[in-house]
Write a protein of this length. Structure first.
Length: 380
């Protein structure tokens, strides 16, 4: 036997008590922040899906309205496309009506048109004798390039001058900028286009105008259809300089109206925010004026600015008819103008559908952007 101190016991059964099992680890549940973030994502997804569904229904309604209006316009598309001499030939008239489905009742024509839209068939243009989808694929990038340049000018100049006018309220910079904005809003766009084309391009020779590229210049490799962007992507600096120089003047003319609108709305939005208590508190803390404007003024004011910018961009995309015609810019506006003169019904309806899709997408982007700018909207 071992009778040393600390040794095993001299007698008695060994300790056979099983060890106490560890308590089970409770499942990890997401915290309130994670649950709230998932809920916000689901709410945002449902909102986007609802808006997309409403946009689809709206586009269908636009096709119906445009179809009825184009067929109610006085004038005969047969006469507009064939001419008076060909109209006198009954066989030619019958062949034209049969080829373009004009010999069927209007409800049947509309149902056939909707069925073709589901397959991406916008019909055949009666003036170019090409699919309308192909024509729009060539024209939309040109208008998009012009509208994007104009909206960038609008945001940089209009928002910047609007902030300056609000900070210098009732002083001479504010008075001058208000006159400038009034001039931009009041002047008709087509008049500014004619004046700019004559004086800036023809008389002073400061900026070239007429077409997207000079005669004899090869377009850059087509990637997006926008010459300036394609030239940058391919490193073709010669084509970029030529395209940008001819893009600048029509973009400035197109942006003149929206700059005036943006300046006035930005000034009003900034003045409304400047009167809040938290702005006065930030200034009382001794923060620099630039920090106060950047962190405490601009962000709350951006909600109104985004709304105006979205509407302005949609208007720029759909309202470039006269500017494109004056500057020989082969875009959707010029295509709509010639289609209306020729009573080209498939082309007119195709342009109407493109404009409707533009407005739907721009409004969707604006609504989603609200949540990115204003945390209060994101939490709701």
């Amino acid at each position: 036997m071992d009778d040393r101190p600390g040794g095993p016991p001299l007698s008695g059964p060994p300790n056979t008590t099983p060890p106490t099992p560890a308590p089970p680890t409770p499942p990890v549940t997401p915290g309130p922040a994670a649950a709230g973030g998932g809920r916000r994502h689901r709410v945002l997804l449902r909102f986007v899906l609802r808006r997309l569904l409403a946009g689809v229904l709206l586009c269908v309604g636009v096709t119906l309205v445009s179809f009825l209006l184009t067929n109610a316009v006085p004038g005969d598309p047969v006469t507009a496309n064939l001419g008076q001499r060909a109209v006198e030939d009954p066989a030619a008239v019958a062949a034209f009506r049969e080829a373009h489905g004009l010999d069927k009742p209007l409800p049947q024509q509309y149902v056939i048109y909707l069925g073709n839209l589901l397959t991406g068939d916008f019909g055949e243009s009666q003036q170019t004798h090409r699919p309308v989808a192909t024509d729009l694929g060539d024209k939309v990038p040109a208008t998009l390039e012009l509208a994007l340049t104009a909206i960038v000018i609008t945001l940089v100049v209009g928002v910047g001058l609007g902030v300056v006018a609000a900070l210098a309220r009732d002083r001479w910079p504010d008075q001058v900028l208000r006159v400038v904005s009034l001039f931009g809003v009041s002047m008709p766009t087509f008049w500014l286009a004619l004046v700019g084309y004559y004086f800036i391009s023809f008389q002073l020779d400061l900026l070239p105008a007429g077409g997207r590229l000079p005669p004899g210049t090869r377009p850059p490799t087509a990637i997006t259809g926008m010459y300036t962007l394609d030239a940058l992507l391919t490193g073709n600096w010669t084509a970029f300089g030529a395209a940008f120089s001819r893009l600048l003047l029509p973009a400035l003319v197109l942006a003149a109206f929206t700059v005036g609108v943006m300046l006035r709305f930005t000034r009003a939005a900034v003045l409304e925010v400047l009167g809040n208590d938290y702005v006065r508190a930030a200034r009382a803390k001794g923060l620099p004026e630039s920090t106060v404007v950047r962190r405490h003024v601009l962000r709350p004011a951006l909600v109104s600015v985004i709304t105006v910018a979205g509407v302005a961009f949609a208007n720029l995309l759909s309202g470039t008819v006269l500017v494109e015609k004056i500057f020989s810019w082969r875009g959707v506006g010029e295509y709509a103008f010639t289609s209306a003169l020729a009573l080209d019904l498939p082309a007119i309806m195709g342009v109407s559908l493109v404009v409707a899709v533009v407005y739907v997408l721009v409004n969707l982007v604006v609504d989603v952007t609200y949540g990115l700018v204003d945390p209060r909207i994101r939490q709701s």
